[in-house]
Design a protein around this ligand. Structure first.
Ligand SMILES: C[S@@+](CC[C@H](N)C(=O)[O-])C[C@H]1O[C@@H](n2cnc3c(N)ncnc32)[C@H](O)[C@@H]1O
Length: 276
């Protein structure tokens, strides 16, 4: 992102000073699960496309990438209807997958998919901000956790709880693969007044939340709070050019990889009650 782009974006964002009232903020946060469940009731499996790009971006997902003697185990948090999971299961015969979401309807869609088979995939309902992953998955047994457009759905004050929860099931040396919306993304700049809860946090028309990440915020969550090692943390900018209307605009994403320390004791001690 160049300086001129950032300056323009900041000017647009600074014009929106009105915040959603406290009562409604609480309601959107309390009813997040219900609103996502309604989303899947309306859209069934038709909203998101299969994410066929993930093994191009993350080498850890390719066949032959080994973490240890055993075949890799992956957990996809906020799996929705499985658009991340299916291409990986098809393309990487070595991997087995846990997939969770707090929308029971989404998890039912995953289980109903013809590619779902309990020998390689296990889907379950879990709110990653409050239900312990370690109640379903053995502690420190997962090589890869994928967080693909899910942290943006969490209120910022609950994001650190989700990181701590993941750390309980991640293996020493295991990796978190992260992709989500970045600050100054076109969608952030397009929110009309009346949708902002706080800086970088908005509510969509359907009541779901959308947080826009800076690379600094990711570092705060995963390195400072989680004690993980940062392997990659960057903005991915995609320019959209509408020739007819002569409009240039940018989709901005954050893409990152973090690694758990090799020593389990270091992970445990990183899981302090840091509030960020
Ligand atoms: C934008 S969708 C992404 C789905 C999937 N990761 C993909 O790449 O297609 C975000 C998903 O996160 C889920 N989600 C939001 N907050 C959650 C939470 N606290 N615990 C578990 N899942 C959550 C939503 O139900 C939704 O399915």
């Amino acid at each position: 992102m160049d300086d001129a782009f950032i300056a323009d974006a900041q000017q647009i964002l600074s014009a929106d000073n009105s915040l959603v009232p406290e009562f409604w903020q609480k309601k959107y946060k309390d009813e997040a699960g219900r609103n996502w469940d309604k989303f899947y009731n309306r859209n069934s499996t038709n909203f998101f496309k299969d994410r066929n790009w993930t093994d191009r971006e993350f080498e850890e997902l390719r066949p032959g990438h080994t973490f240890s003697e055993q075949n890799p185990v992956l957990l996809e948090i906020g799996c929705g209807v499985g658009n991340f999971v299916w291409p990986i299961l098809k393309r990487n015969p070595d991997i087995s997958v846990y997939a969770c979401d707090f929308s029971p309807r989404a998890v039912d869609f995953v289980k109903a998919n013809e590619l779902y088979s309990e020998d390689r995939c296990r889907a379950f309902v879990c709110d990653i901000t409050k239900d312990r992953l370690a109640d379903t998955i053995p502690p420190h047994s997962v090589d890869i956790v994928s967080a693909i457009y899910v942290f943006s759905a969490l209120p910022p004050e609950k994001q650190a709880d989700a990181v701590s929860n993941i750390l309980e099931i991640l293996k020493p040396g295991g990796r978190i693969l992260f992709r989500d919306y970045g600050i100054y993304d076109l969608a952030q700049l397009r929110f009309k007044s009346g949708h902002k809860l706080e800086n970088n946090l908005y509510v969509r028309q359907d009541g779901t939340l959308s947080y826009y990440f800076s690379t600094e915020r990711l570092r705060e969550l995963f390195v400072q709070h989680g004690g993980l090692v940062e392997l990659e943390n960057e903005y991915v900018v995609k320019r959209l050019v509408n020739v007819k209307r002569e409009i240039d605009s940018d989709r901005v994403f954050t893409q990152a990889k973090f690694q758990a320390p090799i020593d389990t004791a270091a992970i445990e001690s990183a899981m302090t009650s840091t509030t960020i």
